[in-house]
Design a protein around this ligand. Structure first.
Ligand code: ATP
Ligand code: MG
Ligand code: MG
Ligand code: MG
Length: 562
């Protein structure tokens, strides 16, 4: 590709409003442009990176037997009403009406669509298992779109869905996907950790998030270098196996209802640090709510978490309200509205910080009938203190550290939640009708591009890992007006193309300084500079990641850089 023909609008200045390095570099290096908050054009260089990532994803998914299809981005409301998610999804769902006033959504995810597709076509165990995926634009009206491609409102996702006749089968697919994801992110050059995430199920074995380690990440993960344990901190709060004894729980029960408590009192009550508690509250107010349950004497407690509370008090008030509350599955993952007040009603609940991410309506979030024996003790939601740095990991093999992570992917066992609600069943060997067992697996393709840049950059620009770089080699003619330099540059360009090396050739009539700065900024792994020694056929090779340079005769170039 000749650079004079490429659309690659670079800029020198750091654009205002871009707070994280990947966002800044994507803009400065001419990869993306914003059209509305969280909505971007992918310019030619970005398109090539996306394509590289997608190719890696396709190759790894093909290996595990997943098959590609494309589903619509426009979804009729009726499908989402079948699962109840038309209401539950809240304002994150982009909604529209057609000319007849019928409701539609722009798909934020595709469980409903794929389940409806499969229920009409698959009716026998003989046709299972089946794993389908697509790479497609998704729409989520995020409350706070930010950080460029990291949190967009229109973004590219790979979403896969698997359908099975037995639990063993979905378990096996889950493991394969887990491995495929590990391969994908490794090939993308990402330093990542798969972490136990919140599934609302026992032990958190049923979902993992793949976290790219980065300080700008919105998630905190708890991990240990000398053990395999790694969990999203939300999950770590409930999965540390530090289950308190019944005595301790009963002690906690005594500290109960009716009075407003200070942060200090609550932090003591919950046995977590004040800092952490405030952080949790900030998190609740700022991001997705956590559920804080306070054990009371079979009474319902209402904890109001108000905005003002960030730094001051948590109000604990007993409530007359009993069982009229909305049923919410603890741990049910769904997008939520950020309420200004979160009310938690807990029947016979325990003092605990349980990770929340629950369905919520406009102004408040309710929990009904949370029962300590059933919901806490027996499902091992038991830890009533969040894991902390310096703790021994639950497997006893290491010391816990915290790190920030960007969720680049998630794998999930869905069970029969959707297939039951939507009537997607099959006949087993004995002719008995059963709901299909499902898994789903997402990767944020566009987010992954940003995550790569977060991990691969220096003060001069992007430093692409080889397998995802837009071009492998950047050839620079220092002075195109010089015949020898221009001719050699073109010969090198043709030679590289001839052996299928992807090459970008800077043939512009620009000053050398501008060309070098742009070259560093856009970040191809190998730069080949054709300058003064062109008359001897000598070019300079510079490796972007190490800065190492060497001179080579153009006839040996291919051999030297491969
Ligand atoms: P997050 O916790 O960051 O909001 P999520 O858990 O809501 O993400 P999933 O529903 O698991 O996202 O979607 C699968 C993948 O899609 C995520 O792992 C992430 O990589 C990507 N993704 C989700 N939301 C966005 C977004 N707003 N912009 C870009 N990528 C996204
Ligand atoms: Mg989300
Ligand atoms: Mg998430
Ligand atoms: Mg997720």
């Amino acid at each position: 590709m000749k650079q004079s023909q490429l659309f690659m609008p670079t800029m020198k200045e750091v654009p205002t409003g871009a707070d994280v390095v990947s966002h800044q570099l994507l803009l400065r290096a001419g990869y993306i442009r914003q059209i509305a908050a969280g909505v971007y054009s992918y310019l030619p260089l970005a398109k090539r990176v996306l394509h590289k990532v997608e190719t890696i994803v396709r190759e790894e998914l093909d290996k595990v037997g997943a098959v590609e299809l494309t589903m619509p981005a426009i979804h009729p409301a009726e499908l989402w009403q079948e699962t109840g998610r038309w209401d539950l999804y809240g304002p994150e769902m982009m909604r529209l009406q057609d000319r007849h006033g019928r409701d539609f959504a722009l798909g934020p995810t595709h469980e409903e669509v794929i389940t409806s597709l499969l229920r009409s076509e698959i009716n026998s165990y003989k046709k299972l298992p089946l794993t389908l995926y697509q790479i497609q634009t998704k729409y989520r009206d995020e409350r706070r779109p930010r950080f460029g491609l990291l949190r967009g409102r229109e973004f590219i996702m790979k979403d896969a869905y698997s359908f099975h006749a037995s639990q063993e089968d979905v378990d096996a697919m889950y493991d394969k996907m887990y491995q495929a994801y590990s391969n994908i992110f490794t090939r993308c050059g990402i330093d990542f950790r798969p972490v136990i995430a919140d599934s609302g199920e026992m032990g958190g074995k049923d979902t993992h998030e793949f976290m790219a380690l980065a300080d700008v990440g919105e998630d905190t993960i708890a991990y240990s270098d000398s053990s395999d344990y790694a969990a999203n901190i939300e999950m770590a709060a409930v999965n540390t196996n530090y289950v308190k004894s019944n005595e301790e729980l009963r002690e906690l029960e005594k500290v109960n209802t009716g009075s407003a408590k200070t942060i200090e009192e609550v932090s003591e009550l919950l046995a977590i640090s004040k800092d952490r508690l405030i952080k949790s509250l900030l998190y609740i107010v700022d991001e997705e709510p956590m559920l804080i349950l306070v054990r009371g004497d079979h009474e319902l407690n209402e904890i109001k978490l108000k905005h003002e509370l960030n730094a001051s008090t948590v109000e604990l008030a007993s409530s007359e309200k009993t069982h009229e509350l909305l049923q919410v599955e603890v741990g049910n993952v769904g997008p939520i509205n950020i309420p200004s007040t979160i009310k938690v009603y807990a029947d016979h609940a325990v003092a605990a910080v349980v990770n929340g991410v629950c369905g919520a309506n406009e102004s408040e979030m309710h929990f009904k009938n949370v029962n300590i024996e059933r919901d806490v003790a027996t499902v091992e939601y038991g830890d009533i203190r969040m894991i902390q740095e310096g703790d021994v990991s639950p497997d006893g093999k290491g010391i816990i550290k915290f790190a920030r992570g960007i969720e680049v992917g998630q794998v999930f066992k869905l069970g029969t939640h959707y297939s039951e609600k939507m009537g997607a069943s099959f006949l087993d060997e004995n002719g008995k009708s059963k709901p299909m067992i499902m898994g789903c697996y997402g990767i944020g393709i566009s987010r992954t591009v940003s995550a790569i840049i977060e991990q691969h950059n220096d003060e001069n620009g992007i430093v692409w890992p080889k397998d995802v770089a837009p071009y492998a080699v950047h050839v620079i003619a220092v002075n195109v007006k010089n015949d020898e330099q221009r001719e050699l540059s073109e010969a090198v360009y043709e030679r590289l193309k001839g052996v299928s090396i992807e090459v970008l050739y800077d043939d512009r009539k620009e000053r050398a300084g501008v060309k070098f700065a742009d070259s560093d900024l856009i970040g191809m792994p190998i730069r080949v500079t054709v300058g003064k020694q062109a008359n001897e056929g000598i070019v300079e090779v510079k490796l972007r990641h190490s800065g190492e340079t060497f001179e080579v005769h153009e006839s040996e170039l291919v051999e030297k850089i491969q």
